[in-house]
Design a protein around this ligand. Structure first.
Ligand code: HEC
Ligand code: HEC
Length: 117
């Protein structure tokens, strides 16, 4: 049996390495990829009523906030109509957009970017 505490009880355990989020713009790994988030999102709440991402990224404010504007696809409803407000299907941003850390993969995989083929 292997103990959870790998080091002996009378010695200092080793702390697992912490991988911090990369804060830079990322290239996409395939053309349709939702771009990775280049900044911290810890303080930006998203719930049924509030979406703090929109305070910088919505088309109405992005210019003055110096943030990239949401593309047209974020304002299109299921019937293909263009809306002035972000579509319900795009409300929960982190369903598609995620931060990134340069950490070893949790599950081995053979993914290769199509950008470099
Ligand atoms: C305080 C303003 C602000 C808020 C709030 C904000 N962002 Fe951003 N976001 C930016 C800016 C500025 C950039 C461009 C950063 C750069 O160029 O390095 C950016 C870049 C991005 C990008 C990268 C786009 C690309 O083409 O590479 C994504 C994705 C993104 N944000 C998603 C989000 C999400 C999701 C939230 C909410 C959880 C959010 N942002 C909240 C200001 C903000
Ligand atoms: C269903 C998945 C999905 C959701 C939800 C979603 N996005 Fe995106 N987003 C994408 C994809 C895919 C792209 C790249 C292709 C495109 O622009 O449509 C993108 C592009 C972007 C870009 C780059 C636009 C550009 O022209 O450079 C930003 C910024 C962004 N999204 C922010 C957000 C924010 C903020 C939210 C929440 C309000 C959000 N997205 C919700 C999938 C999504």
């Amino acid at each position: 049996m292997r103990a959870l505490r790998i080091a002996p009880i009378d010695s200092e355990g080793t702390v697992p390495e912490i991988y911090h989020q990369d804060e830079k713009r990322f290239s996409r790994s395939y053309r349709q990829q939702p771009p990775l988030i280049p900044h911290s999102i810890a303080r930006y709440q998203i719930d049924l009523r509030t979406n703090q991402c929109l305070t910088c990224h919505d088309w109405t404010v992005a210019g003055e906030r110096g943030a990239p504007t949401l593309s047209m696809t974020h304002y299109m409803d299921r019937e293909g109509r263009q809306l002035d407000r972000v579509a319900g299907t795009r409300w929960f941003c982190n369903q598609c957009h995620v931060p990134q850390a340069d950490a070893p993969e949790l599950v081995e995989n053979t993914f290769e970017s199509t950008a470099r083929n």
